[in-house]
Design a protein around this ligand. Structure first.
Ligand code: NAD
Length: 495
């Protein structure tokens, strides 16, 4: 049976690229090809940007509240199709269905937040900056913006940016990850219900050629990027050369610290009823989305004299995770994204062994009944990792935990602040002073206190520091309205 082909969406129509380069889309739980996607060219980018540029003047003059009404309709359309989006997402990406539902919910929350445009986009004025002279600061849309996004959150990530760009009066081009183009295609199909004018929103599938086409295009004002750090650096540099606004979110290696006074024996921060410790919450940070989250825990840092107890509880919880097809409601962890990614993760496990770390839990030979070809890696835990090992520095982006034991709070803060990345970090403690000291001194910009995944909601900024972020304005939050507008200052005197 022929597989569905993912098409571009340009100027309100589904368009087939003329490109001859065709990639496969996989169901990673089954190891099965489920769709194809043409890797677009600069010609496709030119078409999409032309449509977006032509749509801009009319869209810009549409009052902000009228623009917001498209988002209200869109929210309803997304709610009506919520489960369908989540299922497509799990099918092509692998994460468990509840995680996919969470992702779709976060996507919708950005649409909701963006509808606050009439307060969030306002400028400011001051009368009498000199006698009889007034000053007005307007926020004006700028033109065409674009997003280039990663494989791990194929539904949500474009929506960290797009609703804000649109509601501010800009027009848009999205390039989904070529590994997972189906989710955003489904979302664009649903978007047709909101009835955006032709050319206001566009999507071009592909890989490097499309990215470079967007980066070089003179009619693109700014780029929002999310992906690995090497690509983020490349995007940031190229946008500097071509004079575009840019926000480039990169990779991560997040430390999760567990202090000896953490709630190990209570259910105060357990995610599920019936558990008796904060450890399951920490475990979910490491193995949720099979570790393929920029907010995932990667290094477990038990601090002080309860380290053995913490490690024992952590292992017990990790062992209990049921690996399988994310579409089955009882699955606890799905596959990793594909064959190449599985190999990368397995190679890192070999590296950890070669570097002398102690493998406490080995996920290499993970078999799932009925899914012989799935790209599974089981929960994997290394103890006795030292801060200089590659498994303590590099982003593995899989269900592999490196345990680094620390003597005290200073030691764990040093561990956090000597990682190359500074995306997120968490601490489990029952001591307010310890928590304050930690959040005050650590470099990463997303900090969890007794929370393993410190994910800012749509009304707060999302993004890290160090090698995890290049730019100044992060994803969503209030500041994003600045990214998508130019501040025009008018100084006026009437004679
Ligand atoms: P990636 O960098 O390989 O790809 C991201 C996007 O860039 C894709 O659309 C891809 O087509 C494009 N791309 C890749 N290589 C390119 C190149 N050489 N030239 C031009 N374009 C290129 O990232 P990925 O593997 O899809 O995603 C995983 C990464 O994303 C991880 O590092 C993860 O930490 C990161 N991530 C970060 C955040 C965050 O908020 N900081 C969120 C999600 C994912």
């Amino acid at each position: 049976m022929s597989k569905p082909e993912m098409l571009n969406f340009i100027n309100g129509e589904w368009v087939k690229s003329k490109s001859e380069t065709i990639g496969d889309v996989w169901n990673p739980a089954k190891g099965e090809k489920i769709a194809t996607v043409r890797y677009g060219t600069r010609d496709d980018v030119d078409l999409a940007v032309k449509a977006a540029k032509e749509a801009f003047p009319e869209w810009r003059e549409t009052p902000p509240l009228a623009r917001a009404r498209y988002l209200f309709r869109l929210k309803e359309a997304f709610e009506d199709n919520f489960e369908e989006i989540a299922r497509v997402l799990t099918t092509e990406q692998g994460k468990i269905i509840d995680e996919a539902r969470g992702e779709v919910r976060r996507m919708i929350e950005n649409v909701e937040h963006a509808t606050g445009v009439t307060t969030l986009m306002t400028g400011y004025t001051l009368e009498d900056i000199a006698r009889g002279i007034d000053c007005l600061g307007h926020r004006q849309p700028m033109g065409v913006f674009a997003a280039i996004v990663p494989f791990n959150f194929p539904g949500m990530v474009p929506w960290w940016f797009m609703p804000y760009a649109l509601v501010c009066g800009n027009t848009y081009v999205v390039k989904p990850s070529e590994q997972v183009p189906m989710t955003q295609t489904k979302i664009f199909e649903i978007m047709e219900e909101a009835g955006f004018p032709e050319g206001v929103v566009n999507m071009v599938h592909g890989s490097k050629d499309v990215v470079n086409g967007l980066l070089d295009h003179p009619d693109i004002e700014g780029i929002s990027f999310v992906g690995s750090t090497p690509t983020a650096k490349y995007i940031y540099k190229r946008c500097g050369e071509t004079g575009k606004r840019v926000q480039a979110l990169g990779g991560a290696k997040n430390v999760v610290a567990v202090m000896p006074d953490a709630a190990l024996d209570t259910d105060s921060c357990a995610p599920n009823a019936g558990t008796s410790s904060c450890i399951p919450n920490a475990v979910a940070s490491f193995f949720g989305c099979s570790g393929q989250r920029c907010l995932a825990g990667a290094i477990l840092a038990p601090v002080g004299d309860r380290a053995d107890e913490i490690v024992k509880q952590f292992l017990e919880s990790a062992r209990a995770i049921k690996v399988g097809d994310g579409l089955n409601e009882d699955t606890g962890m799905g596959p990793v994204a594909g064959a190449a990614h599985q190999k990368r993760v397995l190679d890192y496990i070999e590296k950890g062994i070669a570097e002398g770390a102690e493998l406490l839990l080995d996920g290499r030979d993970c078999k799932v009944e009925g899914y012989p070809d799935g790209y599974f890696v089981g929960p994997t835990v290394f103890d006795k990792v030292t801060p200089d090992m590659s498994i303590a520095h590099d982003e593995i982006f899989g269900p592999v935990v490196s345990i680094i034991r620390c003597q005290d709070l200073d030691g764990v803060i040093e561990l956090v602040n000597t990682r190359k990345f500074a995306n997120a970090t968490s601490i489990y403690t029952s001591n307010g002073k310890t928590a304050r000291e930690f959040k005050y001194r650590v470099k990463p910009s997303m900090v969890g206190i007794n929370i393993g995944i410190a994910a800012p909601m749509s009304f707060f900024p999302f993004g890290g520091a160090g090698n995890s972020f290049f730019g100044d304005i992060k994803g969503h939050g209030q500041e994003i309205f600045q990214f998508f507008t130019d501040t025009k200052v008018v100084i006026q005197r009437w004679l």
